[in-house]
Design a protein around this ligand. Structure first.
Ligand code: PMP
Length: 573
């Protein structure tokens, strides 16, 4: 006779947290074990880190029979979880099983504190299997479709709205901006579009991990390993909340935007784009969101098409029907251009893409730091960004996908952690996100990114956006007064915090070097957007990009440094 849920609750409530986790193990010790002949491959539950076998028996015939479950695992802690599941589900009718709010049981037992996130996935797998069996036996009216474990894991942080930010106070939090350089100047950092600087809290968090509990993730159950798993999953949850994803299971840690766009192009695109199909992109894309689609089109004998652009550097949505047709399988577009600053109407593009049955992939590398991102409201299929542009570490990026899209995406990196089962002649894959996280993750960076997201959310993305737009407007108005200076891209109302410009007869590289003499740090070149520069008819531009820590003084410094450079530099004839 199994222990009942009530008995488990009673025992739990009397114990302190350390003993509760011991009790979970003891529940496992007491569970009857399967003899080796019953540990059958066909009864294995996939998605579990350990081996879990589960069998079911309908005790009586009829439309709503009582079902008895038996289960076993090779890990004692999992056997403890099994004991809880059996106590909750076994011996109940199919419709009772489907109606049971198993989340309430998990919440009451505070399971999240005792088991790793991977175990949560395994637990989800067991619950899914039990419900699937019950569903087969239950009358149709008993169906209640929800994903119990995921609901428990999702925790919305309360929305914070801060009307404005104090850029001087923010600037003080960035050590790199507060140093006196060798020439006695302090840096005026205007290259956040390439990489943002990191606030002290992010630097401290990375240091804390390295100094206090670093270990590999999802490997060890010793205390460092357990802490790392918890920190990593907390970061995953924060990032999910930050972009309003439905579940943290839809957030995969990757190495950056470039790697992730390739993963979608060749993990999804290869299997869904064929000869004669069309891939739609834009000429304003960064090479990271251009070359993978171009190469996919070549490999799959598909056609790469482009949304026409207006003269001021926006997408010409009035001409979208010319290029978006039932042949289009995929639309890949940036949320914000890294050269023009143009902000694209993602929600509208997603709706239009879906009308013709295409999926939309958003390169959000530039947009995520500057505007609120809501993947559900915008209804995007995939959304991708990098940590280093979001005040976080380098080497970490994010893949968000709708659950169905992720499930139909094949991995392109194979190895440890991303598998479900490896046989000598073939392998099966873990469920997302693990499927896309082969090998050792950028652990410290991912945790640091979670802290960066906290930091931004603490200020509020809206407040950062308002501040940056004010700087952008002021800089634009002042730069427009400089004779011979041309700004590329739309008006401030249609763009984010980036200004790319040229001065007649001055090469952008020479200009950037002169600006550096005044410690005004800007970027020059084609900014990994050659097709766009071809369209603009120039080989390079100088780019100033703004972030939360930039101030009015930075704008003044930029303008005066440009005037200085213009006077100093010899003009080409
Ligand atoms: N897309 C856009 C719009 C970008 O600005 C960048 C970075 N410049 C990338 C993709 C590539 O990002 P990463 O170098 O982090 O892979």
């Amino acid at each position: 006779m199994h222990i009942t849920t009530e008995e488990i609750f009673e025992e739990f409530e009397e114990l302190d947290p350390r003993d509760q986790s011991q009790f979970l193990l003891e529940l496992g010790y007491d569970l009857p074990r399967f003899p080796p002949e019953e540990q059958r491959e066909c009864d294995l539950i996939h998605g579990c880190q350990s081996q879990v076998w589960l069998t079911a028996r309908a005790v009586e015939d009829g439309s709503d029979p009582v079902i008895e479950f038996r289960a076993d695992s090779d890990a004692e802690i999992v056997r403890g979880l099994i004991a809880i599941l059996l106590a909750s589900y076994s011996g109940h009718t199919a419709s009772e099983i489907l109606r049971l709010p198993i989340n309430d049981v998990f919440t009451r037992l505070r399971l999240k504190q005792y088991i790793s996130p991977q175990r949560h996935n395994g637990l989800q797998g067991m619950v899914d299997r039990i419900r699937e069996i019950a569903r087969r036996h239950a009358p149709c009216t008993a169906y209640t479709e929800q994903s119990p474990v995921q609901v428990v894991l999702r925790q919305q942080s309360p929305a914070q709205t801060v009307a404005s930010i104090d850029p001087q106070e923010i600037r003080r939090q960035f050590p790199v901006l507060n140093q006196v350089l060798e020439d006695g100047l302090t840096p005026v950092y205007l290259d956040s579009g390439a990489s943002a600087q990191k606030p002290q809290v992010v630097i401290d968090k990375e240091r804390e991990v390295e100094e206090q509990y670093f270990a590999n993730a999802y490997r060890g159950r010793y205390r460092f390993g357990a802490r790392i798993d918890e920190e990593l999953e907390t970061a995953r949850q924060k990032i999910a909340t930050f972009i309003s994803a439905e579940s943290p299971q839809q957030i995969a840690f990757t190495s950056g935007t470039t790697a992730t766009l390739n993963a979608v192009a060749f993990g999804w695109g290869t299997h869904h784009v064929g000869a004669g199909d069309e891939i739609l992109i834009t000429e304003m894309e960064h090479h990271a969101n251009f070359v993978p689609w171009q190469q996919l089109a070549i490999q799959r004998q598909a056609t790469l098409r482009f949304i026409p652009m207006t003269d001021d550097g926006q997408l010409d949505i009035s001409r979208l029907d010319e290029v978006l047709t039932t042949k289009t399988k995929l639309l890949a577009v940036c949320g914000m251009s890294n050269v023009l600053g143009t902000v694209n109407p993602i929600k509208e593009l997603a709706a239009r893409a879906h009308e013709v049955g295409a999926v939309i992939v958003v390169d959000a590398a530039q947009s995520v730091p500057h505007q609120v991102t809501n993947v559900v409201a915008d209804d995007v299929d995939f959304l991708i960004f990098s940590g280093h542009k979001l005040y976080g570490p380098t080497g970490v990026g994010i893949l968000y996908g709708k659950a169905d899209r992720l499930n139909e995406t094949q991995p392109i990196l194979f190895g440890g952690h991303m598998i479900d089962r490896v046989y000598k002649d073939h392998s099966t894959w873990a469920a997302p996100p693990a499927r896309f996280e082969a090998g050792t993750l950028p652990i410290v960076q991912a945790i640091g990114l979670g802290t960066a997201v906290d930091w931004i959310s603490g200020l509020s993305v809206e407040a950062i956006h308002n501040h940056e737009q004010r700087l952008l407007r002021s800089a634009t108005e002042q730069l427009q007064q400089i004779p011979g200076l041309t700004i590329f891209g739309p008006s401030v109302d249609h763009k984010g915090a980036i200004i790319s410009f040229r001065i007649d007869d001055v090469h952008p590289e020479d200009l950037a070097i002169m600006l550096d003499r005044r410690a005004v740090l800007t970027r020059h070149g084609h900014h990994c957007a050659m097709p766009l520069h071809d369209l603009l008819g120039v080989s390079a531009t100088t780019r100033a990009s703004f972030a939360a820590y930039n101030t009015d003084d930075d704008v003044t410094a930029l303008v005066s440094a440009i005037e200085y450079a213009r006077d100093e530099l010899p003009r080409r004839p």
